[in-house]
Design a protein around this ligand. Structure first.
Ligand code: PEP
Length: 256
């Protein structure tokens, strides 16, 4: 039995209209029930947050967003603030996803501003860290993860750190069907916990969930989730279909 409750988050990316999202959320909620042995978070696109939130009313499943802008309001066309998310009863927010870093040029300093603003607004950040294939092949995996983590968490206090969720997502495994081996993932997760220990002490580091993301599926989840420092999953493709996602939730519960 782990100290940490496992967490499964579905990142729907740019999939599902408001109506489709509500229907998927209702199907997942019906299968999971009101009590879960693991924490479950659904992260639809902004346009489906309201309808999915309504579908989850009274359920144990939490609502997450996929991004936020660090400013409170203003001339930031296309962006959404933490306060706007809170008004929709969002509790979690994915920050620094590799698609945001790679396709939209987000840098660690900007991601760090978002992490601090999320925490100041009682949103739990799911901070994504991870290396590209070229970085792994160049032997830079741990250095890249350390930089993403240390810059991303700059200014996060000892009180705040236990509400942060770190997602190790090797970029070469995200949406590619190539999954990290349990040993590869565990090595990085243990490294992340080691850095958290240096900065926040062992007792707090032991409470932080470090989840894995990158082509996690029911077929490979059991072995990954059995690793001592893998505390759940951030699920992309396999979160878009109720049965598959529920199978993953059950795999996490079995590994708890
Ligand atoms: C993700 O988008 O965070 C992710 C892990 O995607 P996939 O599961 O499809 O690799």
């Amino acid at each position: 039995m782990s100290l940490r409750k496992k967490l499964l988050a579905g990142n729907w990316k740019m999939h599902k209209t408001a109506a489709e999202g509500a229907s998927l959320a209702a199907d997942i909620a019906a299968a999971i029930g009101k009590e879960t042995a693991v924490d479950v978070v659904l992260c639809p696109p902004f346009t489906a947050l309201d309808s999915v939130g309504r579908a989850l009313e009274g359920q144990a499943i939490k609502l997450g967003a996929q991004n936020l802008h660090p400013e409170k309001f203003g001339a930031f066309t296309g962006e959404v603030s933490a306060e706007m998310l809170r008004a929709l009863f969002v509790t979690h927010v994915i920050l620094g996803h590799s698609e945001r870093r790679g396709l939209f040029g987000e840098l660690d300093e900007f991601i760090n501003r978002k992490v601090l603003v999320a925490l100041a607004n009682q949103l739990k950040p799911i901070l994504c860290v991870g290396e590209t294939l070229a970085e792994r092949e160049a032997g830079k995996t741990l250095a890249v993860v350390q930089q993403h983590l240390e810059v991303g968490l700059k200014g996060v206090t000892e009180e705040q750190i236990t509400t942060v969720i770190v997602a190790y997502e090797p970029v070469w495994a995200v949406g590619t069907g190539k999954v990290a081996t349990p040993a590869q993932a565990q090595e990085v997760h243990a490294f992340v916990r080691g850095i958290l220990t240096q900065h926040y002490g062992a007792a707090r580091a032991q409470k932080v969930r470090v989840i894995y993301g990158g082509s996690m599926k029911p077929a490979n989840a059991g072995e990954l989730l059995a690793q001592p420092d893998i505390d759940g999953g951030l699920i992309g493709g396999a979160s878009l279909e109720a049965r598959t996602f529920v199978d993953l939730v059950n795999a996490a519960a079995a590994a708890q």
